[in-house]
Design a protein around this ligand. Structure first.
Ligand code: F6P
Length: 331
C-alpha cells in the first residue's frame, strides 16, 4: 500500500487536528503518500481530495475544529453513496483510510472495510465520550474543562445575587460531560440522561441548601435528559427551570445553554496527546496491513480492536463518578 487517506466526520472535536497531524507526519515517515479528504465522507462524494505534506499540518495539533472540515453525510448510508466513495478512493489509488469521528463515522469505516476491501482505521473523535469500547474520545477532556471553567466563572455573578442557574451541556444521550464537569467544578446538581429525572428530588436538594443559607446553585443538565427519540436541543435547561419554579415560585433562577462553545477553542494537552497517540497507532496498523480496526485507550494504553466488536459494546453511566459528584456537592 502506497497511498492512505484521512478524513474527519460528524461533529468536530478538539484533538481531531492532533490526530490528523500524527497521521500525516507519521504516515509520510512510514513511506505513505497521505491524502486529506475534505468535509468527511461528503468529500468522497464530490472528489474533494488534497495531497498533504508535513508542512500542511504545521502548527495545527493544538487547534479546535478540524483543518479538513467536517460534515454529516447521509449519502454514505446508501449503497450508491458507498460506491461513489469507493470510486473516489480508487481513482486516487488510496487503499487505506483513517476515519476520525463518532459512531456514525465508524459505521461508514466498517462498511468500507467489510464490503469494499478498503483498509480502514477508526479514531474516536467526539466530545460526547459515548463510544463504549474506549475509556476516552477526542475532545471530551477539552469539553469537560470548558464546562468546568464556565461553572467557575458563573459563580461570580450567581453567588453575589443569591441566584441559581440551570446550565445545559452537550453529550447527546451520554451524561459524561455533565457528570465529569459537575464533579470537578462542584456543581450543586448534575442531571445526566442515564438517571431517571425527578424534579422533586432536585428541588428537595435546593430547599435543603436554602435552609442552610446557600441560595446560589449551579445545576448541570445534559441536553439528552428527557430524550425519547430525537433530542430537543437547547430546551432542557428551560424545562428544568420551569419544574423548579413550579415548586419554588420565589426562587431567583436563570437558565442558559453552553452550546457550541464546548466544541471551540484549543485542545487540552490531554486531548492533543490522545489524538497524536491514536493517529500514530492508526498508521502503524495500516503499515502492518491491518484493516477494520477501532483505535481506543484503556487504562492509559492505546489499543486497536475490530470495529464491529467495538461498535457492539455498550456501557451505562459511570456510577462511581456520578455518586461522587452527587455526594461531594451536598452542602
Ligand atoms: O456529537 C457531538 C455533538 O456536539 C453533540 O454533543 C451535540 O448534540 C451535537 O454534536 C450537536 O450537533 P450540531 O453541531 O450539528 O448542532
Amino acid at each position: 500500500m502506497k497511498k492512505i487517506g484521512v478524513l474527519t466526520s460528524g461533529g468536530d472535536s478538539q484533538g481531531m487536528n492532533a490526530a490528523i497531524y500524527a497521521v500525516v507526519r507519521y504516515g509520510i515517515q512510514h513511506g505513505f503518500e497521505v491524502y486529506g479528504i475534505r468535509n468527511g465522507y461528503k468529500g468522497l462524494m464530490t472528489d474533494d481530495v488534497v495531497k498533504l505534506t508535513a508542512k500542511s499540518v504545521e502548527g495545527i495539533a493544538h487547534r479546535g475544529g478540524t483543518m479538513l472540515g467536517t460534515a454529516r453525510c447521509l449519502e454514505m448510508k446508501t449503497v450508491e453513496g458507498q460506491q461513489k466513495a469507493v470510486a473516489t478512493l480508487t481513482k486516487h489509488g488510496i487503499e487505506g483510510l483513517v476515519v476520525i469521528g463518532g459512531d456514525g463515522s465508524f459505521a461508514g469505516a466498517k462498511v468500507l472495510s467489510t464490503q469494499y476491501n478498503i483498509k480502514t482505521m477508526a479514531i474516536p473523535g467526539t466530545i460526547d465520550n459515548d463510544l463504549a469500547y474506549t475509556d476516552y474520545t477526542l475532545g471530551f477532556d477539552t469539553a469537560v474543562s470548558i464546562v468546568a471553567n464556565a461553572v467557575k466563572d458563573l459563580r461570580d455573578t450567581m453567588s453575589c445575587n443569591d441566584r441559581t442557574c440551570v446550565v445545559e451541556v452537550m453529550g447527546n444521550r451520554c451524561g459524561d460531560i455533565a457528570v465529569y464537569a459537575g464533579l470537578v467544578s462542584g456543581a450543586e446538581a448534575v442531571l445526566p440522561p442515564e438517571v431517571k429525572y425527578d424534579p422533586d428530588t432536585l428541588v428537595a436538594r435546593l430547599k435543603a441548601n436554602a435552609k442552610k443559607g446557600k441560595l446560589d446553585n449551579i445545576i448541570l443538565v445534559s441536553e439528552g435528559l428527557r430524550s425519547r427519540g430525537e433530542i430537543v436541543k437547547n430546551k432542557e435547561a428551560d424545562f428544568v427551570m420551569e419544574d423548579i419554579l413550579a415548586r419554588m415560585p420565589k426562587i431567583n433562577i436563570r437558565s442558559m445553554v453552553l452550546g457550541h462553545l464546548q466544541r471551540s477553542g484549543d485542545a487540552t494537552a490531554q486531548d492533543r496527546m490522545l489524538g497524536i497517540k491514536m493517529g500514530a497507532h492508526a498508521v502503524k496498523c495500516l503499515a502492518n496491513g491491518l484493516t477494520n480496526r477501532a483505535i481506543g485507550i484503556h487504562n492509559d494504553a492505546i489499543f486497536d480492536e475490530d470495529i464491529v466488536e467495538a461498535l457492539a459494546k455498550t456501557r451505562g453511566l459511570n456510577t462511581e463518578m456520578y455518586e461522587l459528584a452527587n455526594n461531594l456537592s451536598k452542602y
